[in-house]
Design a protein around this ligand. Sequence first.
Ligand code: TXE
Length: 520
Amino acid sequence: MVALAQAAGDAGFVDKLVIHSPSSGALLGEAPVQTAEDVRDAVARARKAQAAWGALSVRERCHALRAFRHKVAQHADDLARAVSTENGKPLQEALVHDVLPFCDLMAYFERRAPGILAPQSISLHLMMQRRSYLHCVPRGVVGVIGPWNFPFSIPIGDAVMALFAGNAAVIKPSEVTPLIALQAKALWDEACKDEPRLHPDLIQIVTGRGLTGAALCTSGVDQVMFTGSVPTGKKVAVACAERLIPCVLELGGINPAIVTADADIERTAHAILWGAFANSGQVCASISRVYVARPIAEQLTARVVELAGTLVQGDPLNADNELGAMTFLPQIAIGQAILDDAIAQGARVRCGGTPNGRYFPPTVLDNVAHGSRITQDESFTPLLAFVPVDDTETAIRYANDSDKGLMAYVFAGDEEQGARIAERLEAGTTMVNNAIDSHGAPGTPWQGVKQSGLGQVHSAQGLRDLCQVRHVQTRSWLPWMSKELWWYPYSPKVYGVFLQAVKSLWGGGGVDRIMRAIGK
Ligand code: TXE
């Protein structure tokens, strides 16, 4: 078990992390608890290596980073086994949810980063004699603080995004799953031997608990990318605010699904099943609460229960198994308390319900009261609540009745109608007739609203946000003018010229109409 590491909590920069397999209990390895001084040293080394890296063209960086992608893809099986062993998720999920999307993310940005980060000209309005453009400059060193549920794809994916943008990255992996990050670092070092433009110090790992993460925020990094809980995310935001550095926060969700009466029951049941139970519900995008049209509620619930009964739970390294062990021991008690609360408020357990050691069975509840904890608190366990509703307006109101807004889902027979509902949901992303996997589409933003986060990862905007976007303005015509009209000296005559200009350009007269007609 990871008990030693977890029991130590935030004991300080003492001891070491001792990692055991969540499924078998076998000792997997140890990692040091690194001090604030270690973290500062890592950041200083990263900053030194970044100088040459940031000076390369984006195209050269993309070309060089291929060496790392090749290493990861060549070692995909080793990495998937390592993720599955340390995190407890089924082998197929370790490959398809962690390693595969990471490789796709790299390939996506290798091709597109030069265009995304290219200078962009701005069309000027009144000052049309000028030329303005934006150009992207790397920030420097990005601190990445990672979670335990996607211990490879999230922290290593965030780090390579930072590198595409010309930064170096210092990663503080979760104390629950630090070994996979160290394995990724070993592959990075290998890639550096094949590709001279890559430097080992561009990606560094500092292991430890919360204090090591806190030290990373105050170590002089230029940006922080954080994935974890809301309370810790707020601490990270405060630490960054005190230094006036940006942070990207991904803080989880309690994600609703709305099912309309005309939904395709079979696809909806399969999507909800996978959306609720993949990675044993330890996914910030998991489907937690389903607001289903009353006429189809029983049919849909029964089908999900039937399908849940076919899922095989057991040794995550057995490729036939579909649910593995819970990664983080305290999560089981959190899920159990939320389940007990739901039952106390009248919910009926249709399947699952009682954890067996580290294995939490897929659990479906119906007759759930909206407002009970299961509809309000992130359980991060395989708990799924069905709430029948009489109309779509009620479903939308319930779905939005949450302090979080990461993901939402709509299942509707008419996709256009589904999209109209989706547009009214308070979530960073709403998927129609699909479930949880939009993180695997690197071109789309991964972002939360409300308490689910700040900023975004992935997408063109997410990449640009890892840069300082600077503005340059030059003169493009009238270069012979020795001064602009609004510079000194001021006079009643110049005042009169501007007054006339304001009236004729924007006062609704003929010139105003002409300007609008020519799009000015
Ligand atoms: O998160 P924490 P934990 C949820 C899930 C879980 C809860 C707690 O519900 O029960 O969060 O999980 C580092 N400054 N999610 O304890 O504490 C810490 O070392 C800087 C949702 O893992 O937020 C770890 O590396 N860093 C989530 C990381 O922050 C600090 C995924 C996350 O730790 C720090 C996982 C500090 N003061 C759990 N204190 C998601 N969004 O998907 C701790 N850390």
